[in-house]
Design a protein around this ligand. Structure first.
Ligand SMILES: NC(=O)c1ccc[n+]([C@@H]2O[C@H](COP(=O)([O-])OP(=O)(O)OC[C@H]3O[C@@H](n4cnc5c(N)ncnc54)[C@H](OP(=O)(O)O)[C@@H]3O)[C@@H](O)[C@H]2O)c1
Length: 268
């Protein structure tokens, strides 16, 4: 944790972002700060968060403030402590972007259990811990908005990417139920269905399968970040950034076997 000075704008919204040290989380932190939103940036790599802080401080004058939190989403106590520090610094919490996540490729049966465990503890438990840490403070703040970063693979028949796709199916399913559980408390929940994005995600992916799904168009993390920030000005049930991703999701509804066989060729 770094900066301790009081916020320059005490009425600005406050966004807690997990996995803010790279990729989509980093771009989202910058995009919020550019809008004047105060950012609580959480991740394990503090050196990368320090780079984010430098980038925020270089933004034009009306930017939001930034608080860096060293947190591992698989360890709920680090998130609880992070939320406490955020409350101490900014006095409220309006937005949670549950973004930290990892990929996995390879045979479901032959995968190392340690990789499966890391994947599920990060992509599933990490989202649960983040929500359970943030909601009590949002309640005290009079409401809020939770954005769960899922994937277009959430409904994809995904041979050799089955564990990752299933982890995203879990959080997407959770988002839709939670949206109704929390609406009476003025807490919005949005499922963000992200397609292939140019980040460190592919390089860090767990598992033996190293093929990347050649030929699938990529987008920039800034595009995804802009869609996330835009969503917080409304209350969409889900966000799909590109038309290509919408086509993929429809394909999985109407022609799942064909899409699954294309995925099999891509991922095996
Ligand atoms: N890139 C894509 O094509 C794509 C497509 C669909 C969905 N997504 C989703 O988008 C989200 C962000 O991924 P990205 O593409 O931006 O990848 P990325 O650049 O690899 O970023 C992943 C972030 O998650 C953090 N993280 C991982 N494990 C963590 C842990 N145990 N505790 C705290 N933070 C942790 C990393 O920070 P530290 O290592 O510093 O902790 C990093 O900041 C993920 O949920 C991913 O599933 C990505």
């Amino acid at each position: 944790m770094t900066t301790q000075q009081p916020p320059t704008n005490a009425t600005a919204r406050v966004a807690f972002i997990t996995g803010a040290s790279s990729g989509i989380g980093y771009a989202t932190a910058l995009a919020f700060a550019r809008e004047g939103v105060h950012v609580v940036a959480a991740a394990r790599r503090m050196d990368r968060l320090a780079e984010l802080q430098k980038a925020v401080l270089k933004l034009p004058a009306a930017h939001g403030d930034i608080l860096l939190i060293e947190a591992d989403v698989t360890r709920p106590e680090t998130l609880a402590e992070g939320v406490k520090l955020a409350l101490g610094r900014f006095g409220r919490l309006d937005i949670l972007v549950a973004n930290a996540g990892l990929g996995h490729r390879g045979s479901l049966v032959d995968a190392d259990w340690s990789d499966i465990d890391t994947l599920l503890r990060t992509n599933i438990d990490g989202v649960l811990h983040s929500i359970r840490a943030a909601v009590p403070v949002m309640r005290a703040s009079g409401g809020g908005h939770i954005l769960i970063i899922s994937s277009v693979t959430y409904n994809l028949t995904s041979p050799y990417a089955a564990l990752y796709a299933a982890s995203k199916a879990f959080v997407s399913s959770l988002a839709h139920s939670l949206r109704l559980e929390l609406e009476g408390e003025h807490i919005n929940v949005t499922d963000v269905l992200v397609g292939r994005t140019q980040t460190e995600f592919n390089d860090k992916r767990l598992g033996a399968g190293k093929r990347t799904g050649e030929g699938v168009p990529t987008m920039s993390p800034d595009q995804v970040a802009a869609a996330i920030v835009r969503a917080t000005h409304g209350n969409p049930r889900s966000v799909i950034v590109r038309f290509f991703d919408r086509l993929l999701i429809w394909g999985n509804i109407f022609i799942p076997e064909i899409i699954g066989r294309i995925a099999l060729r891509q991922y095996r």
